[in-house]
Design a protein around this ligand. Sequence first.
Ligand SMILES: Nc1ncnc2c1ncn2[C@@H]1O[C@H](COP(=O)(O)OP(=O)(O)OP(=O)(O)O)[C@@H](O)[C@H]1O
Ligand SMILES: [Mg+2]
Length: 522
Amino acid sequence: MSTSPDTDSGGRHFDLGTGRPSGEIRKLTSLLEVSQALANATNFKASLHRVLEILEKSHDAVRSAVALESGERLPLDVAASLGSGRDKAWAATIPAGSLARQVFTTGRPVVVPRISREPALGERKAGEDERSFVCVPLLLNRRATGVLCIELRFKPDRNYERTGKFFGVVASMIAQAIKVQKLLEADRERLVQENVRLQGELRERYDFSHILGTSRAMHAVSEQMMQVARSNTTVLIRGESGTGKELIAQAIHYNSPRASKPFVKVSCAALPDTLIESELFGYEKGAFTGAVARKAGRFERADGGTLFLDEIGDVNTSVQVKLLRVLQEREFERLGGTEPVRVNVRLIAATNKQLEDAIAAGAFREDLLYRLNVFTIFVPPLRERKTDVLLLADHFLERLAADHRKRIRRISTPAIDMLMAYHWPGNVRELQNVIERAVLVCDGDVVHAHHLPPTLQMADTSEAAATQPLSAALAAYEKDLIQDALKMARGNRAKAARLLHATARIVNYKIRKYRIDWRRFR
Ligand SMILES: Nc1ncnc2c1ncn2[C@@H]1O[C@H](COP(=O)(O)OP(=O)(O)OP(=O)(O)O)[C@@H](O)[C@H]1O
Ligand SMILES: [Mg+2]
């Protein structure tokens, strides 16, 4: 501190006469205020404006501006500027050829003690007060991304070197804030893009066409889905485990006018009785020990969209009463609250339980079933739509082979027969798991019978046996193997024979016998 004013006994600096804090303390105070202003990242331009106000209030700035680069070679855009009266704020851009522009390109600060002696700053009219001009670059990675310009009231005894240094510190704080701002913006942009991509992906994934099935039973289901999607009707989806209830619920939502609003799922079976109420309806602060703040429930989070209550047969009777009320009046109270909360939610419920049995046992309210039963979709078990098995198996094979980076082209006939003979207690989900297992253990480009799990090997194949005697099954298997070998040998019969550890004569004989067109493998 070269020009230290008087110091009191506590070591604090005061300007004698005014009792105001001396320059050094004022500067430190300002820097603290500047950093606080810049910490408010929600509105960056407002933060910059606040910084300029601080410079105006405590540092003789009569006008000031922060200008930022707006793109390659473009003029600097003024992001915030301050001034009044004769010293009115600078215009919206900083023109080429100006001092500020020069500071920006060179990255070096400029301090002009007397504006009147600097032709680059324009003519001052006679009688106008003298001003000083300071312009410092906002440096990021040693490159200017903008400038801070300040016009000061002229004071002959001002230490211009220190003044320049002080504004340099302010400028570096602004530059840091710009860096943070840029990171935040990049992050936000990334999130927005990710969101758009995911929304598109969701819509595509839950397109009706992705619910596979050519069986008559599934046609009926698709028709019902399309009918009900457009409305706001409550839907109850019933069917065994793994039949595709959740998939259907999602497809209804993503094909409804609510598609851009949330789809919120609640697995009623997975939530303990003590939690389900607060999960669904939320709670007020202090509703119970641990409720430190108000929390919105899933009903509120689904506002405008769809709430999917999975395994509705598993909710307890007290929650059933509350659900009944939401369905009737479209409102509820949060736990520990008295104010009713109104929501606009479409409800889709699913269950694999026989709700009629639960009603008879007193575990499910009949009036709730009536309320849910407005539009019911029954999803048939897979064993009742055998024609879909192959379609689904092929679809899962293609998708899972790609997932596991394997080139598997098809399922052999004996394997198909086994898939068709099985009774699929776990429905589509079980089929999907079976195919995934096959993809994992398969070492060639065909899924063979031995790639299927033991449950299918031991399956009641009475159906297959009735339609296919052993000789036919063996013949189909043999034909399959020969075709595979021919494919691998690219139609070269001698090579195929070697692959099968058989003689060319036998292989040729079988090719004729099974009428295999070996030329198409060339
Ligand atoms: N028709 C279908 N087309 C394509 N994939 C399907 C079809 N049906 C079901 N799936 C797939 O099968 C799996 C099980 O479906 P989902 O989870 O919807 O069944 P769920 O009826 O809700 O079963 P749970 O009652 O056990 O919850 C999912 O991976 C789903 O994508
Ligand atoms: Mg489910």
